[in-house]
Write a protein that binds this ligand. Sequence first.
Ligand code: GLU
Length: 510
Amino acid sequence: MTEIRTRFAPSPSGFLHVGGARTALFNYLYAKAKGGKFILRIEDTDQDRSSDSSMQIIQDSLKWLGLNWDEGPEVGGDYGPYKQSERLEIYKKYTDQLVAENKAYRCFCTTEELEAMKKNSEAMGIPNIYDGRYANLTEKEIKEKLDKNIPFSIRFRTKPKQLIVEDLIQGKVKFDTKLIGDFIIVKSDGFPSYNYAVVIDDYLMKISHVIRGVGHLSNTPRQVIIHEAFDFPIPKYAHVSEIVGADGKKLSKRAGATSILAFRDLGYTEETFRNYMSLLGWSPEDGGEYIPTEKLNSIFDVERCSKSPSLFDVFKKQKEEDEKVSFIGISLSELADQLNPKSKLNWLSNKFIRDADIKDLTSRLIPFIRENTSIPEEIKRAENSELQAILNSIRVYLDRLSQAPDYIAEFYNNDISLENSEAEEILKLESAPKVISSFKKLIETESPNSSEDYKAIFDKVNKETNEKGKNLFMPIRVATTGKAHGLELPVLFNLLGKEKLIYRMKKILG
Ligand code: GLU
């Protein structure tokens, strides 16, 4: 059996976003599950749009997700170079062969000629297919043009035929190559087109499976006919379904454009994000959605990928007018405000945080508290038992690790006072003295020691005072934190404990 070799082939022209990361993940998982190799190839032939910084971000994002490549930039491999701009000589050799065999030809079309052709087809309401005007020049005509240094591109000579692509996910897909026409494989600047370079590289890198977004399905016939022209074996294709947002529409500019690294900074762990992305278009046979890494790496199969669009529910449904504004450039806290609290990602993440080994979880927390000056320096270590205990007592309430620092900082905050006039006003509410004294009495007598116990105390305060909602919670919040807004009270109270709470109330209320 031939070795399974998959590849992720990003064009370095921006961040790695969800669509690209899901493609990378599926290729990685398929190779892992089948004992094959996962290759990273950088497709930077569009020199105007490619940048080194984008290449770096893409690589950093893949590394954060744990999608380490077996061959590619940094690690090398037998089939390099793995960056297309370093493979120009290779493409040239194959182009010379195609031209010599008359399977491709030089096209001397000027920009004006191409524009006119386009306008003409638009006017006639027909697809803009190249009319083959340079397809059959004589040797003499070609030589004359070359002698005059007239710029040219190379076009592939497309034979009209019905083509069937057998896709592992989409099934049999029919194409009529007449609608493709003779297309450019080498641009006039000497750089290969995407559809051309991809074929040479997939062949030379011995790629067995091409797994990518369904948006590339329309490119596939071009790639297949080039494979055929060279007599290269055709890889298996698997085009994964589109990802849609909460509104059922294609991922918006905002959600879809968010860099993968933003999810790291929001406090999701890489395992959780990988698990979440694996479910975008694939599902395990046993239906269990919370999948530990090792299991995921062994059970993934493209055969179980679905044709229907998959739902990316991480962000709230967006208002139409917001759609135009990009998430890029907004602060992390603004991005956090856009999160859908009930997303599957949060569910998986909370489960991961609950189940994790506490020392391991604490070490993952360190980057989120390192810069926080309200947290004592001496506890900022994974081995610190106090830090572990704090995290342990709040972890069931966390969807993201970045939610923890505020609780930890509040735990160490002894400098409690009324924050502002809004807080002062709350203490002047008619309900304030009643609820505060009822609360104080109850924590003294009942000695609560879980968040649930504190919730039960709120119910009792409600029964005793007949106050509810804002009139109940706000005075208690201000009396214990000095602030009008903030953390989840039962979680915070359980963390602080009875003694600290009483001490705080004395300080604030005098
Ligand atoms: N460079 C292409 C892209 O970024 C890769 C497409 C493919 O996987 O063939 O979309």
